[in-house]
Design a binder for this molecule. Structure first.
Ligand SMILES: [Zn+2]
Length: 87
């Protein structure tokens, strides 16, 4: 997933820094920030994973979400990624 909570504030992986505590916006479990050189920057649950928030997202899926977000922001439009909605 590309978004997490840090001190109750939403933050995106591309802007996050290692060392902080990040929580899942869905289940509030602690996440790991993965910010390497190969894959798109993202957050992941620590195993065992029981939460379905952000589960099964391929690299292409993450890249598409980020590209759409950046297209809106690049046009000075407000955009949010991965906002949990009530069922
Ligand atoms: Zn979760």
């Amino acid at each position: 997933m590309l978004a997490a909570l840090c001190n109750d504030v939403r933050i995106y992986a591309h802007a996050a820094q290692k060392g902080a505590i990040y929580l899942c916006p869905g289940c509030k479990a602690e996440l790991v920030l993965r910010k390497g050189a190969i894959k798109i920057h993202h957050f992941a649950h620590k195993p065992p994973v029981e939460c379905q928030f952000g589960a099964g997202e391929s690299r292409e899926h993450l890249e598409a979400k980020l590209a759409i977000y950046q297209a809106f922001v690049g046009r000075s439009l407000r955009a949010e990624m991965e906002w949990p909605l009530e069922a």
